[in-house]
Design a protein around this ligand. Structure first.
Ligand code: MG
Length: 170
């Protein structure tokens, strides 16, 4: 399973992702994590910078929030960003990825998933053969459960040489 946590791409944050490259690779749908990817756990609403980014990406991509967070938070982010959401998506389980693919009648080849965690965002996407994109977490504001997963992440990043922190894709 640990090979399945290697991301296809690794960037510092959602602002430094090479979206043109995704577009060139026929990616038309982006599944976007919320917590510590768009905003940290304490940010009740997306920041202006995130709103502007999503707005500019809409001409090239269909963007969907795909988050394990609770529905009220996902709904608030979705509303302010003007995009749909799947809350309680139980990443890395396949269930809601399948629901999304069915809802949008889309092929996995045309989808990329963006998030800050190997054991939810990257593992879930890789299991579905969806392009996986890892970004660094925004802050240390996160649940105890996530903090524990980070220990496992960091151990396996070293053990399996998955990424080099700070060495980002172009
Ligand atoms: Mg996250």
């Amino acid at each position: 399973m640990d090979k399945l946590i290697k991301p296809n791409f690794y960037y510092q944050n959602i602002y430094s992702i090479n979206y043109q490259r995704l577009k060139d690779n026929n990616i038309h749908y982006l599944l976007l994590d919320i917590d510590n990817t768009i905003g940290d756990d304490k940010e009740k609403t997306p920041c202006k910078k995130a709103i502007d980014l999503i707005s500019s990406l809409k001409k090239d991509f269909t963007i969907i929030l795909f988050t394990n967070t609770y529905p009220a938070r996902a709904k608030r982010y979705g509303k302010l960003l003007g995009i749909p959401y799947y809350a309680f998506s139980v990443k890395p389980l396949r269930m809601n990825y399948k629901k999304f693919l069915k809802d949008y009648k889309v092929n996995t080849d045309n989808v990329a998933a963006i998030g800050d965690q190997l054991y939810t965002d990257v593992l879930g996407a890789n299991k579905m053969a969806i392009t996986s994109i890892l970004v660094d977490k925004i802050s240390n504001n996160e649940s105890l459960f996530t903090k524990l997963l980070r220990v496992r992440e960091n151990n396996n990043i070293k053990k399996y040489n998955l990424i080099e922190r700070g060495k980002y894709d172009d």
